[in-house]
Design a protein around this ligand. Structure first.
Ligand SMILES: Nc1ncnc2c1ncn2[C@@H]1O[C@H](COP(=O)(O)OP(=O)(O)OP(=O)(O)O)[C@@H](O)[C@H]1O
Length: 466
């Protein structure tokens, strides 16, 4: 899609990073231009209006990203800059923030996170004092919900935000677990300190430990610089550990110890690091079952699960669908700088009747698509059917999606892709078959043409290594 969305520039000497980021941002409605060097971006600025947002890598041939940041801060102080780097050492991150970076994105990053970040930064700009004409704001982090389950949840968040206890958030994918974690942070006395999120499932097991606790230069092959882990980054604030059920067992043991002692060593380090971090964890899995199967430590669950917040799936709170849909549509129109649209009555009814297997995220994506593509001011039931069908279409081209995933992973520096791809292939088949058979393994195995033992083994392997 090349909608009339806000203009974003991506400066990175790595062509594949520019490509994947531009594609993802483009699909979300931004107009993206890539530059291979700081100089190329500066040259463009001499002849063109500045973008609404700029992403830049740090280490590039010629002037690096921090030099670019410095120049931009003088020439265009209002322009938000997101600095991206694989080097999350103190010098790079602190240098970036000192230089006026709006956000720091550590590579490899999740593309959804990068897109969400772009949305957030621009929304802040829209609402902030610095924006020339503050638009009527849509608060990206505001939780929408008026059903009894959500009201109860909001009360619990208000109460829990003040208490420094660990919280475990459960709920299907896309139900808003991260948003709840952010709300807990925002309403807490830690609000002025960092909120740091880590998706355990998105990071290869062998990198997780150093991602969490950091490492010293030379701690292992490839560790050329000191890396400050997420625990340290979150000092004084909140660390959100998403998909905690996917954490490998040895790391669970280490996490348990750190939570008990509030101190740790970086990988390969000798200096004892003390931190004050509130941990909020989340999972979409049945964590008690993981404990029963020996895949998750009961004592760690106990420590993380001082209080549990459960997010019901959207199909169990259909009353919230209209307000959510209107909100997303309004936010999308603002972001795309397109005229506002509304849902017609029949369309709203159809939305409420939909099953929403992807929950609020699915609804949000659909609204973005409709904001960009529906022809009139009022969205009809036919527009909706078209958008739902279009959403399903890419799923048919799974080989394209696989190729895109592979390119993205390679660009982000990942290795061992064949094994990981096979795992995901198995998991997609198994999950879909189990969903189809209502969780009956024997039937799922038979439908897939696999032996029952094979399916059990694959399920175990998938869960262990995810
Ligand atoms: N109650 C809500 N009000 C407004 N927006 C919401 C609400 N719940 C979820 N969203 C939006 O839906 C999207 C998905 O939410 P979020 O990422 O918090 O889900 P999640 O449960 O953490 O998903 P996953 O398990 O896949 O990580 C986000 O863009 C979020 O802003």
């Amino acid at each position: 899609m090349t909608g009339p969305g806000p203009i974003v520039w991506v400066v990175d000497d790595d062509r594949s990073v520019r490509f994947v980021l531009a594609t993802a941002l483009g699909e979300a409605g931004f107009q993206v231009t890539g530059f291979e060097s700081a100089q190329a971006a500066l040259d463009a600025l001499a002849t063109r209006a500045p973008p609404a947002l700029l992403f830049t890598d740090v280490r590039m041939p010629g002037d690096d990203g921090l030099v670019l940041l410095d120049r931009l801060k003088h020439a265009h102080p209002q322009l938000p800059v997101v600095v991206m780097s694989a080097y999350t050492d103190v010098a790079s991150t602190a240098g970036a923030f000192r230089g006026g970076a709006h956000e720091f994105l550590s590579k490899p990053f999740d593309l959804d996170d990068a897109v969400a970040l772009a949305g957030r930064v621009l929304a802040q700009g829209d609402e902030g004092d610095a924006a020339p004409e503050p638009a009527p704001g849509v608060d990206d982090d505001a939780l929408v919900g008026d059903t009894p389950a959500m009201r109860q949840l909001f009360r619990a968040i208000g109460r829990l935000a003040q208490a420094p206890v660990s919280v475990l958030i459960t709920g299907e994918t896309g139900t808003g677990k991260e948003l709840v974690a952010r709300a807990l942070h925002r309403e807490s006395p830690r609000a002025r300190r960092p909120f740091v999120a880590l998706n355990t499932a998105a990071i290869p097991a062998e990198l997780l430990e150093s991602e969490l606790f950091g490492h010293e230069a030379g701690a292992f092959t490839g560790a050329t610089k000191r890396h400050v882990g997420r625990f340290e980054q979150a000092d004084g604030g909140t660390l959100f550990l998403d998909e905690i059920g996917d954490m490998p067992l040895p790391l669970q043991t280490r996490l348990l110890r750190v939570l008990a002692e509030d101190e740790f060593f970086r990988v390969g380090g000798r200096e004892l690091i003390r931190v004050d971090v509130r941990v909020v964890a989340a999972t979409h899995q049945d964590v008690e079952a993981l404990v029963a199967d020996g895949r998750f430590r009961g004592d760690l669950l106990h420590r993380l699960d001082v209080v549990r917040l459960h997010l019901p799936p959207l199909r169990e709170r259909r009353g919230d669908v209209p307000a959510l849909a209107e909100r997303f549509l309004q936010a999308a129109a603002m972001r795309l700088e397109s005229p506002p649209k509304r849902f017609g009555k029949a369309a709203l009814e159809r939305l409420q009747g939909h099953g929403w297997p992807g929950n609020v995220r699915e609804l949000e994506n659909l609204c973005w698509r409709l904001a960009a593509l529906a022809p009139g001011d009022t969205i009809t039931a036919a527009d909706l059917d078209g958008a739902l069908a279009a959403r399903r279409a890419p799923a048919q081209d799974w080989d394209d999606a696989l190729a895109a995933w592979t390119r993205e992973q390679l660009a982000a520096g990942a290795s061992g892709l064949h094994a990981r791809a096979l795992e995901r292939f198995d998991r997609a088949l198994l999950d879909a078959a189990l969903e189809h058979t209502g969780g009956r393994r024997a039937e799922a195995a038979q439908r897939l043409g696999l032996g029952r033992n094979t399916i059990t083994r694959k399920l175990g392997a998938g869960r262990r290594r995810r």
